[in-house]
Design a protein around this ligand. Structure first.
Ligand code: F6R
Length: 352
């Protein structure tokens, strides 16, 4: 069954959990999340902090990737994203640990948070509730609460921008209000251009969802913000679209993946290059050369480019476009974008 993406009523009917609305609400989440992070009370003293570790899994870790990639070139201290139950060995009293779990019940994040407390790390919690909220309250750890009732991956604005605001308020990040304002403006415009009532011919997200057909997307982005966006596109194709997808970063992929693009395999894939205007000149040169190699192997190729100014707006603009495409991919195939039953089943099996 294929749902007609030119029929807004059919789109609504195929999206009972309203994932399209959640994806379109990203601008407001970023604005409100930033304000609540900047206004957070009781943040730890970070004057002698030598590193930040963001602990989270899945959708709750992406906020950490946003911080890591946007501030890598601007911060004297490293920001690391820890997607495991184990804290890195170097984390200690001079480390700020930001524990991020939308549900507050993710085992890896809870374990890493407990370990951070044991080691005397400075800690901040971002969550909508669950065991993490209880444990933060029990230990007097500053908690930034985000609204519940969303899928974690659809709460990216809350999860990333509360952390951003809190790290700014604590004195680790420079003032970000101008970049946040640009991001909100760019995201609002993008949501309007990709809305359900904009027909396929004028709607880039619907068009790309149709062009994919039943091929597997492979997303490329420049190491840094491009690669973070590429990874997000992949996981959104998986969780919203219910399809396999892969990603890699430029120029790493030019040292291995390009060799694998060969007939007849290419025909099963669409390579989507996520581009921005501040790429390193050599990386900008590599993209068309590498896309041509994939095309020679039979792959279709697409380019998605942002013209936003700040790194933050560039990254979120690339992300929101993939979010929209992934929802239309699901709707077109008659798959419900919202539930992730397989993840719930795994969590239940491991808890039991
Ligand atoms: C589901 C999703 C998942 C979760 C992950 C961790 O929408 O995005 O990747 O984010 O299973 O759960 P939380 O975010 O509750 O810590």
């Amino acid at each position: 069954m294929t749902v007609d993406l030119d029929d807004p009523g059919a789109i609504r009917g195929a999206d009972p959990g309203e994932m399209l609305g959640a994806v379109a609400a990203l601008a407001g989440q970023c604005r409100d999340g930033y304000a609540s992070g900047v206004g957070a009370d009781g943040l730890p003293d970070v004057a002698d902090v030598r590193g930040v570790v963001v602990c989270g899994m899945g959708g709750s870790a992406v906020g950490g990737d946003v911080l890591r990639s946007v501030f890598r070139d601007r911060l004297g201290v490293p920001i690391e994203v820890n997607r495991s139950a184990q804290l890195p060995e170097h984390a200690g009293t001079h480390t700020l640990v930001l524990a991020s779990s939308y549900s507050g019940n993710t085992s890896e994040t809870l374990a890493a948070f407990e370990e951070a407390l044991r080691r005397g790390c400075r800690t901040i919690v971002v969550t909508s509730g669950g065991a993490l909220a209880d444990r933060a309250a029990g230990h007097g750890v500053p908690l930034i609460a985000v609204p519940g009732d969303l899928q974690p991956r659809a709460a990216l604005g809350w999860l990333a921008f509360t952390g951003l605001g809190a790290l700014e308020a604590a004195g680790l990040l420079p003032p970000m209000a101008a970049d946040v304002a640009e991001t909100v403006e760019v995201l609002d415009a993008r949501a309007a251009a990709c809305a359900a009532d904009i027909p396929v011919a004028e709607n880039p997200a619907k068009r790309l969802a149709i062009d994919l057909d039943d091929r597997v997307p492979v997303i490329w982005g420049e190491e840094g913000i491009g690669a973070v966006a590429a990874a997000r596109w992949k996981t959104q194709f998986n969780e919203n679209g219910k399809i396999p997808a892969w990603w890699s970063s430029m120029s790493e992929l030019d040292h291995n993946e390009v060799v694998g693009w060969s007939e007849p395999y290419g025909r099963s894939y669409v390579v989507i290059a996520l581009r921005h205007d501040a790429e390193d000149p050599e990386i900008a040169e590599r993209f068309p050369l590498s896309l041509a190699i994939a095309a020679e192997a039979g792959a279709s190729t697409e380019e998605v480019r942002t013209h936003a100014r700040s790194p933050l707006a560039k990254l979120l603009d690339l992300i929101t476009r993939g979010d929209h495409v992934s929802v239309y991919v699901a709707i077109r195939r008659g798959a419900d974008p919202t539930p992730v039953d397989v993840i719930q089943r795994l969590k239940a099996a491991l808890a039991g």
